[in-house]
Design a protein. Structure first.
Length: 308
């Protein structure tokens, strides 16, 4: 599950200024858009990316009458919109989205590469799955909010599995956010509890729940987020394989002339994994083991499966 991340090291407003300053096409459009976009980025940060209070830009005020008049003189191609203003809006939108895929020598190519590869994360901050997340997700999708396509605060590291599941979803029918935003939402607390159910030689279920002390609006967000990235099914598969490794570890431990206790071993595992986030998968798993005295007793004394 999700981890709280620091904002990108580069300042989002300054990066947009630099990107816009490099524009040669649609120069007057970018110049007109810049002050409003700067303000929007600050609002984005202030509101913590709240879709119910952030509508996409209408791009038409940033297109000059002159441009519309010259566009109106052009021959309309079969698939083009008949309205010249709509055609121009379509082109500007495409240009804004293109800012996210710059050539190697343009801004913000290096910044995006660093955000994809040099984040130091060993798990996905959206789902908590182990592994280095290699993609960036547009929290507000670039097609709906083209002006935010290259805004760094709108970009978060994510695993490809989460990105595929999230797609372009971001709000419910009332306009409320349905995904946790790792830069803004208060997710540095334990959000998921795991219950491992008997028999401990081969658990019948790995049940997850949101702890009771989570505040109601965050609880709703956690639930929609879990659903949106298909967390339960993916995490359960992880638990099954992790549990087999655990039993195997304890089978080996018993061969030791001076075996350590399950609670000490698991506490050590937990300490090693929850440093970066208390909600990464290994941390949820080991906490589920540690909070289950019957399971700890089984690991120390029970009959382990023969096939290990
Ligand atoms: Zn993920």
């Amino acid at each position: 599950m999700v981890a709280k991340l620091n904002l990108p090291v580069n300042d989002s407003v300054q990066v947009i200024r630099n990107i816009f300053a490099e524009r040669e096409h649609y120069k007057e459009f970018y110049e007109a858009l810049l002050p409003d976009l700067e303000e929007k980025i600050l609002t984005y940060i202030e509101l913590g990316a709240d879709p119910s209070r952030m509508t996409p830009f209408d791009l038409s005020p940033y297109i000059t009458r002159q441009r519309i008049a010259s566009e109106a003189l052009l021959v309309v191609k079969p698939n083009d919109h008949p309205d010249p203003l709509m055609r121009l809006i379509g082109k500007r939108k495409k240009s804004l989205i293109g800012l996210y895929s710059p050539e190697k020598d343009k801004q913000p190519y290096n910044i995006l590469e660093d955000m994809r590869r040099k984040h130091g994360l060993l798990f996905c901050p959206s789902c908590g799955e182990p592994g280095k997340p290699g993609t960036l997700d547009h929290y507000f999708p670039k097609d709906a909010y083209p002006e935010l396509a290259a805004v760094l605060t709108n970009l978060t590291p994510m695993c490809s599995e989460c990105q595929g599941r999230k797609g372009t979803d971001f709000q419910d029918e009332h306009g409320n956010k349905i995904f946790i935003h790792p830069y803004f939402d208060p997710v540095d607390q334990v959000l998921i509890s795991l219950e491992i159910c008997e028999p401990y030689s081969s658990p019948s279920a790995f049940n997850i729940s949101v702890p009771d002390d989570i505040e109601q609006s965050l609880r709703i967000l956690v639930c929609t987020h879990i659903d949106g990235v298909d967390f339960i099914e993916r995490f359960e598969e992880f638990c099954r394989s992790q549990y087999m490794t655990l039993l195997s570890n304890f089978s080996d431990e018993r061969l030791d002339p001076d075996p350590d206790t399950a609670s000490r071993i698991i506490r050590r595992f937990l300490r090693n994994t929850e440093g970066q986030s208390v909600n990464r998968w290994e941390a949820i798993f080991y906490r589920g083991v540690l909070n289950n005295p019957d399971l700890l007793y089984y690991l120390d004394n029970g009959e382990l499966p023969q096939f290990l």
